[in-house]
Design a protein around this ligand. Structure first.
Ligand code: 3SL
Length: 246
């Protein structure tokens, strides 16, 4: 297995596709997706365009759908939800499909949606992702950070490092054996430095600061936890993610 880390979707090569691609948006899209499926959501369907989301979800029974829209960290007017994982309780999401559009996370997913295996990862479901990779052993894995409008984000790269770090340990493999690019090694270095204070790192991150200005302190706290959900969102058809079962 070779693991490649890309800090943003824009940095992924356009002439090849990996066997397995993983989208990461710790703050907060992929944390929300894992939370929705863990709380019994039927599926998560992602859109980059808000109008298209409304159009497609119109064909779904109203009591079985939820529309979530985020722009600039805030909830889009007229939508049921914004992008806070804390709003996705069992009571709200059970048996329903979440139609969601966010600034960066949904764009990252769309960039990788042609890979044979597409997963989403966050710190909260990191180990579920690692378990899957150990079981399937895909030859090439891309871990793609969503970043913020094309730029690097600490929280996505630290999550990529958390996944790669656990894989190295559990494979009992050296960095050179697993590293597909230098970014993978630097992601592990970032994780190694911050693994005991991930909330501290999220507070320093520029998007963490943006969310703190929007009073989303509890979201940062929730998203900074590691391995609390044994759930793996996996793409079933382009743009539609369900929970993986063996
Ligand atoms: O950029 C995204 O996709 C979002 O996750 C951003 S936010 O955390 O909802 O502001």
């Amino acid at each position: 297995m070779k693991i490649f880390v890309y800090h943003t979707p824009e940095l992924t090569p356009s002439d090849t596709i990996p066997e397995c691609a993983i989208a990461v948006d710790v703050l907060r899209a992929t944390s929300t997706m894992a939370t929705v499926l863990a709380a019994g959501g039927e599926a998560v369907q992602v859109f980059s365009d808000l109008n298209q989301l409304i159009e497609v979800s119109e064909n779904w029974p109203a009591e079985k759908r939820l529309r979530a829209g985020e722009r600039g960290g805030g909830k889009v007017a007229g939508f049921d939800l914004g992008n806070s994982p804390l709003d996705c309780t069992e009571e709200v999401v059970e048996g329903r499909r979440l139609f969601i559009s966010t600034t960066n996370g949904t764009r990252a997913l769309q960039r990788i949606q042609d890979a044979p295996i597409v997963l989403t990862a966050a710190l909260i479901n990191r180990e579920a992702v690692v378990k899957f990779l150990l079981e399937k052993q895909p030859e090439t894995v891309w871990i793609v950070g969503s970043g913020w409008e094309g730029t690097f984000s600490l929280e996505d790269t630290v999550c990529a490092g958390a996944i790669a770090h656990s894989l190295c340990q559990q494979f009992n493999a050296s960095l050179e054996e697993l590293a597909g690019n230098d970014e993978m090694i630097s992601a592990i270095a970032l994780y190694s430095q911050w693994q005991n204070d991930l909330l501290g790192l999220l507070h320093k991150a520029s998007h963490g600061q943006r969310l703190l200005r929007l009073e989303c302190y509890e979201d940062l706290k929730y998203c900074s936890q590691t391995d609390i959900l044994d759930i793996l969102p996996i793409q079933q058809e382009p743009g539609v993610l369900k929970s993986y079962h063996k």
